[in-house]
Design a protein. Sequence first.
Length: 123
Amino acid sequence: MLADPRARKRERRSDLEATRRSFNRDFLLALAADFKKHGAAAIEKVRKTQPAAYMKICVLLVPREMKVEHSSTIKQMSDEQIEEAIAAIEAMLAAAGEAAKVIEGEAEVVPSLPAPARPTKAS
């Protein structure tokens, strides 16, 4: 047994870190195996039955900080290049319109997660 309290504390911290790493590894392996077996079906089920949870997962996967740089690309284009770009966009829209399928249906109420509680001010 270690007599030095600092050595015991370091040993406990080392044990906790090893346990955490082991747990994380085991959890991720189990999650990966479960995803391989049920992944697409589970995602589809959540999307259909809990759209709020589905969107929350999507949001969590997007980086919090995205660097957006403004560039004046259009200002640098010649009139001819702008006209060509407009023609290309119009052609894409026309092609997409021809391939579009209309789906008839009615919206149905689906249970979702409750809105988050608003923080209260401390008096």
